[in-house]
Ligand binder design. Sequence first.
Ligand SMILES: [Fe+2]
Length: 289
Amino acid sequence: MSIDFRSLPVNKQFMRVLVKPDTWLLNGISLDNAAPHPHVVIGDDKAIIIDTTDLNLELRKYVEQYVTDKPLMVASTHSHGDHTANNYMFSDCPIYMTEVAWKEIQENRKKKDDRHPDWALGDYTPIIIGDGDIIDLGGRKLECIKFCGCHSDSSIVYLDLKYGCLFTGDEFEGGQVLVMGAKGKNCIEMYRDNLVELKKKINGRATCICPPHNGSPIDILLLDYMIENCERIMAGHEGMKDVRSMTFGLNPHGYDIGMFADMDNVRRSEWMGTSLVYNTKRIFYKDCE
Ligand SMILES: [Fe+2]
């Protein structure tokens, strides 16, 4: 079933939630509860949309009419189409992403993709960013921190140096993190090491995690619980065979992801409010050689 929500009045297409001062989560209307939601971070001179998503809604009009009148920029956390498909709406704005993300987006746009028919629209050339780069909004800066590809090889996270929001994309979220980067070959040990490294780089400067899926913000304490979740799996605690959640495995996209070709070995591990969906054959680095 499809409903054209884009024909609704623009102010009915999103519900905005204040995460921190000048920091909005835009909950877009959709039938597919798996869809991600953009954040808008506003500085003195500019505003940046983190993950434009693939919501078939008037995102740009909504932001310009109801959120901010500052000049817009875009930052993508990773290449996946559900996070980047609407970048075409901002082709006249600076768009930031990693080199790997841009390479993957170009490859994906060559393919026929029924879920993202707008792939080929609005060619743009992004500004490539990497670890340690700073995006300056005027009186507010975002630090780019490399995350070495557990959900996606193309990932980068953004730390808001003013209010301590950490924008993680799909490398950390409240429903489940799918450890599926490098075509499903990345392992729990690598994810654990990434989280430990991230915590070191944050060095106490983050107060909350702002993911695009399944609720934002999340308490920064959950970073520690996710590290524990990884360590429990590495110590032999096996997750549940039923990997479904409120937002995963019940929608039409279901298991249409590479890592789930091997469903017999996929598990869900839940610990202290964190959830990981992973493959029991890919726990340690040695499993992925
Ligand atoms: Fe993703």
